[in-house]
Design a protein around this ligand. Structure first.
Ligand code: NAD
Ligand code: MG
Length: 381
């Protein structure tokens, strides 16, 4: 068997939860890291870049470039800053693979740059696909870029779909742990501390809140719709509290394929780098005998209206996914900053969606404008 091709990697968002895991996986696989980026954590970025023997480190916040230069003085790592530098390390000829682990819409330009440059794009950062999935998939088809899902559900579906065609598929079944409030009947009383305590996964703060509201699953419906070219009407969400089955594909003959594993992001991160091979790794398979039962429930759309909004945005398309995403990012940032109640997040998104203009197949400039306008309207309140 031939080993997976050696790869040279850019890691966008290297200081985050996915980023740090990617650094570790790359090191264990012997994958060379050419460039790393972070938003504002200068010292952490410098430490990762030097330890990983990267050639370039990019700090997204340009005002921090002098600080990054100081932190990297005496090392061989070149300091760069700003959005253009993020696009440059995503498209430069020195790399063949880009891990997109920035959180939120901020990752869209660099994701597109990597796609347009025909890289293998390992997509953790789901928000760009939510906003501009149709465009990203189209650009990938013309540049020859490979889109490799990192989100555990999408990595699972990707594996269950291998060697099959979309027309054979009856449904994609996205599993969801249900988050910390799966059994909490009154969401008006829950605390920030409870919302930040995910029962099965350890992740960055924004996606942890998204998992508590189930907005994460709404984003994932749209992510799956574009990654796999399956209409939203054929995507289903199923609550599976143990997070062992990462997602499933049901076929038209009644056969069901599922991918299972421990809830550990190093597995899908590694597979996005080693695809089409499964390489040796640090994570053990689940111990089924000690797991006992795997259970499943229908999601509660009354308690979690976010999921209803997600299906609506996924089906309607146009600018609705962008507006839903922008409103969610604003509402979650506000909530994480200590303002408002958990259930206010639902109301903010609901109001933004109610005012959304209908635009079929929006262009990139229209998508970016809708993102900016939604944020501007919400910050004026
Ligand atoms: P995180 O908050 O831990 O890390 C985010 C990274 O992005 C950091 O390196 C940060 O410096 C960088 N960043 C933040 N804002 C930025 C900006 N404006 N410009 C440039 N860089 C910026 O987040 P995470 O949990 O690692 O998640 C990253 C992405 O992966 C998200 O889109 C999330 O939905 C997705 N994802 C995460 C997990 C997980 O287990 N953490 C699982 C599936 C998908
Ligand atoms: Mg996921």
């Amino acid at each position: 068997m031939t080993p997976a091709a050696p790869r040279v990697l850019t890691i966008l968002g290297a200081t985050g939860s996915i980023g740090v895991n990617t650094v570790a996986v790359a090191q264990a696989l012997g994958v060379r890291v050419h460039a790393v980026s972070a938003h504002r954590k200068v010292d952490e970025l410098a430490r990762i870049a030097v330890a990983g023997q990267a050639s370039v480190a990019v700090i997204a916040d340009e005002s921090l470039l002098p600080q990054l230069r100081r932190a990297l003085s005496g090392s061989a790592v070149q300091a760069q800053a700003g959005p253009e530098a993020l696009c440059a390390i995503s498209s430069c000829p020195q790399v063949d693979t880009v891990m997109t682990a920035i959180v939120g819409a901020a990752g869209l330009p660099a994701t597109l740059a990597a796609v347009r440059a025909g890289k293998r794009v390992c997509i953790a950062n789901k928000e760009p696909l939510v906003m501009a999935g149709e465009l990203i998939v189209r650009e990938a088809a013309s540049s020859g870029a490979e889109l490799l899902p990192v989100d555990s559900e999408h990595s699972a579906i990707f594996q269950c779909l291998e060697h099959h065609h979309a027309e054979e598929v009856a449904q994609l079944v996205l599993t969801a742990s249900g988050g910390p409030f799966r059994q909490v009947l009154d969401l008006s009383q829950v605390t920030r501390e409870q919302a930040l305590k995910h029962p099965t996964w350890s992740m960055g703060p924004k996606i942890t809140i998204d998992s508590a509201t189930l907005m994460n699953k709404s984003l994932e419906i749209i992510e799956a719709r574009w990654l796999f070219g399956i209409a939203a009407e054929r995507i289903r969400v199923l609550i599976h509290p143990q997070s062992v089955i990462h997602s499933m594909v049901t076929y038209r003959d009644g056969s069901v394929m599922a991918q299972l594993g421990r809830p550990d992001m190093r597995v899908p991160i590694q597979y996005s780098l080693t695809y089409p091979r499964h390489a040796p790794g640090p994570v053990q398979p689940p111990d089924f005998a000690s797991l006992g039962a795997l259970t499943f429930e229908e999601p509660d759309l009354a308690r979690f209206p976010s999921l209803r909004m997600g299906f609506h945005a996924a089906t309607a398309g146009g600018l609705l996914p962008t507006i839903m995403n922008a409103a969610n990012e604003m509402a979650v940032a506000d909530y994480l900053a200590g303002h408002g109640r958990f259930i206010d997040i639902f109301q903010v998104i609901e109001r933004a969606l109610a005012q959304a203009p209908r635009v079929a197949a929006p262009r990139l400039d229209e998508i970016l404008a809708a993102d900016t306008d939604t944020r501007a309207q919400l910050s004026m309140r």
